[in-house]
Write a protein that binds this ligand. Sequence first.
Ligand SMILES: [Zn+2]
Length: 394
Amino acid sequence: MNGNASTTAKAERLPNASRLAAQWTSIDWNLAEAEVNRLQVRIAKATQEKKWNTVKRLQYLLTHSYHAKLLVVRKVTTNKGKNTPGVDKVLWNTPAQKMNAALSLTDKGYKASPLRRVFIEKKGKKAKRPLGIPTMYDRAMQALYALSLDPVSEVTADHHSFGFRKGRCCQDACEYMFADLARAVSPKWVLEGDIRGCFDNISHDWLVANIPMDKSILKQFLKAGFVFKGELFPTDDGTPQGGVISPILANMALDGMEKVLSDRFHTNRLGKVDLRFKNAHKVNLVRYADDFIVTAATKEIAMEAKENPYLEPEYFTQRQFNHGVKRLSGRFKQVWKNQNGCCYHCGQPMDINEEKDIFFKVPKSKGGKDEVPNMAYVHNHCQFLYTERRSKEL
Ligand SMILES: [Zn+2]
């Protein structure tokens, strides 16, 4: 072989990109999910046992795990915001870019970029709503640390908090309230409220002191600030906007309302929960993110609110399947039932609240029919694989 310097350099660059692309396309996603889930289950168990050093060590393993990094990059490159860049204008579109991103995610010297501020129109209102958009890298970092924080928050969560939680949704809150209020012995008084601007006003000091995660990373998430028309505005309070970790942080800050009420109304002088007090007062709390109502309930209904999605996965898979059956009708329900609530592509369970678009096995543009045998439900990220393959075939 007769090589000169310039061709060698070029030749090295190309295979590098194609090697990265090949690496990305040959990932065993089921293996990656299993590995991450195994660590999350261990974090949930350690939290239950209040072994905080173990929690910390397992969180470290998870946030430094190759598989976790792959999963978060897949997540931020297949969700709704995948084509909306942050201040650095960077998008991760190609398999090589994605692989490179996964390999470059690190907490070493991590510094979050400011959020790009955009104003979005509100339906029927003159005032526009400001929204802060993190960079792809920051989104991936938040998703990575969310993976390690969520199993902790699921254990410490209020039992009747339904907003932004794995395996729980708005319908659960409604069902719970209905059962609470529809009985003959229902409470006569209902207090409804919301914690005004809670996401904007949560104290950073409180979060840094109380959230069980790497403090320096958390500070980066919180202090990122935002950029509007080229000017940087610092943020002093509140959870980061547009990031996946914010709802978890907000929920953790609001958890404990239930305990305050329970201490006041349900416990006897020795500090133990006393059912006689509980039944007499009928005081109860249902919270959906920052909206809540206080009522009473004497009996657990609809779902055993204590169940944990990390520790009782089969229970939640079954519930997700039932949700789909309830939500869907006609042919859609038939498709869902045929697939047993699992993805047509990868066979893993699906959540109908997140992925509700029907997928046509043979696209309509190629004569595919609008009929059950040609219809399927697939994860957003699995659908992405099909779309990619099809665009290559064209
Ligand atoms: Zn899938």
